[in-house]
Ligand binder design. Structure first.
Ligand SMILES: *Cc1c(COP(=O)(O)O)cnc(C)c1O
Length: 476
């Protein structure tokens, strides 16, 4: 491909992407293909001769698009959002145009220094302690793994990095049944073992009980384990439960255990000063992260990871072969030492574009608008005779279910709601997901898509009600 062809297709692609956003609600939100449908249309071997962009593009429209779930459709309410925005998209285009690999300061000083500033901007906007430092990790799962590895090295004085587990007592990590599965995955990878990831009891809203945590830590220490780390979640994935940070931070301080705070999704809401009380006690924690790639209008992947003590982080991950040494090493941040991969994309660029093009005021207003839409829909659900709320949203996640009068068996209600969710998603008009809350099947609606408006939410709610009515008429 020559430059002129690239230019022509580049313009065409930008036009296509802009038009796509206009047409996006015409596609089924959830891809309707069956397993194997796409693979069957792709040859087993690569072509020997070049193919034209026209041919490739035709297949994009005919083969690829039907297999896309449209995450940027404002009727996408499932899981948590993976929002984009136009500024973020432009930054991603520029990043791929520059094609810079930003493993160390010298391989693109702008990437390293912009990243340092962007992390400081997020520290300021989130009200985190001003002397903390941050780094972009690919995903939340990476942030949590990095935290656990850092905790492991700190508690053993970097023994395991050097000599392996040889002679080290078994370690324990504490979470709750609501905590994201990435903590268990991190415990597997970090050599701590899944069975040493303990689930501390919670209150009825799903928040960890600090006293139960302290008792477990003390019992484990008495039994010869090393209590390694506690994960506090602000906004769990299932139902946005909130672990009480401050009392847990006090337990961790008394027991000298690493405290990792997971704000993956709800961390974006914590950009609002009026919600930052949920971070009270954060100065006692060791690490905190949230994913701008979920709700903060910034393309996947971008997890903002913050630590109190960057030296522990760097000592855990640094490796300095001769060929990577540079003269500037003493004066700059070489982010290859702040996480697992050596190679790094220029991710700070999209945060810079987003935070500048929105400005912190508009960014906060947009998040507030999502919270207002959530509050209004909660009122509608509570007022509706056939529906029931199953959580009390502090942020933007609604868990609810259909509960017709006269149906009282848990099994029947769960079955009905499972059918209900499949009926809603099957039509492709909206997409939501589910969870189990204390054995009850709950539908999850996350109200945070970049392009969501009051009208679209009203239409979606009308669709939910009419689908429920059809289902109930068929049943009773
Ligand atoms: C989404 C989520 C994660 C995982 O984030 P990834 O970036 O997908 O790895 C972890 N914790 C919570 C609470 C989440 O909602």
């Amino acid at each position: 491909m020559d430059k002129e062809e690239f230019r022509a297709w580049g313009y065409k692609m930008v036009d296509w992407i802009a038009d796509y956003q206009d047409r996006i609600t015409e596609y089924p939100v959830l891809s309707q293909v069956k397993p194997g449908d796409i693979k069957a249309q792709i040859p087993h071997s690569p072509p020997a001769d070049p193919e034209s962009m026209e041919e490739i593009w035709q297949d994009v429209e005919q083969v690829i698009l039907p297999g896309i779930t449209h995450w940027q459709n404002p009727r996408f309410f499932a899981y948590f959002q993976a929002n984009t925005s136009y500024p973020s998209m432009l930054a991603e285009m520029l990043s791929s145009g520059l094609g810079a690999q930003c493993m160390i300061w010298a391989t693109s000083p702008a990437a390293a220094e912009l990243e340092e500033r962007m992390m400081n901007w997020l520290i300021e906007l989130s009200g985190l302690p001003a002397d903390w430092e941050g780094v972009i990790q690919p995903t939340g799962s990476d942030s949590t793994l990095v935290a656990l590895l850092s905790a492991r090295e700190k508690v053993t004085d970097f023994h395991i990095n050097q000599a392996g587990f040889n002679g080290v007592s078994r370690m324990r990590v504490y979470a709750t049944a609501e905590t994201h599965s990435s903590i268990e995955k991190a415990a597997k990878i970090a050599g701590i073992g899944r069975e040493n990831c303990l689930k501390i009891p919670t209150d009825s809203a799903g928040g960890m009980l600090p006293m139960a945590l302290q008792e477990q830590i003390q019992a484990d220490r008495a039994a010869g384990f090393i209590p390694l780390a506690v994960t506090v979640t602000i906004g769990t994935t299932g139902r946005h439960a909130i672990d009480p940070l401050e009392p847990i931070a006090e337990v961790c301080e008394q027991e000298n255990v690493w405290l990792h705070v997971d704000g993956a999704h709800a961390g974006t809401a914590l950009l609002l000063p009026e919600l930052q009380h949920y971070l009270k006690g954060i100065e006692k924690a060791d690490s905190y992260y949230f994913n701008p790639h979920k709700w903060m209008f910034t393309h996947f992947d971008c997890s903002a990871y913050f630590v109190k003590d960057p030296q522990t982080l760097i000592k855990t991950f640094s490796i300095l072969p001769e060929y990577l040494k540079t003269q500037a090493d003493q004066e700059v941040n070489n982010y290859r030492d702040w996480g697992i991969p050596l190679g790094r994309r220029f991710r700070a660029l999209k945060l810079w574009f987003v935070m500048r093009r929105f400005g912190s005021k508009q960014l906060r207003e947009k998040i507030r608008s999502h919270l207002a839409l959530t509050a209004e829909l909660v009122r509608e659900i509570e007022a509706h005779p056939q529906f029931e709320m199953l959580n009390e949203p502090a942020f933007n996640l609604i868990c609810f279910r259909l509960k017709p009068k006269g149906l009282s068996s848990v099994v029947d209600i769960n079955k009905l709601n499972e059918q209900f969710m499949h009926a809603l998603n099957h039509e492709g008009q909206i997409f939501l997901s589910h969870t189990l809350i204390e054995g009850q099947y709950a539908l999850r609606l996350s109200i945070g898509q970049t392009y969501l408006s009051q009208d679209i939410l009203d239409e979606s709610w009308a669709h939910i009600q009419s689908t429920a009515q059809e289902l109930l008429t068929a049943h009773f």
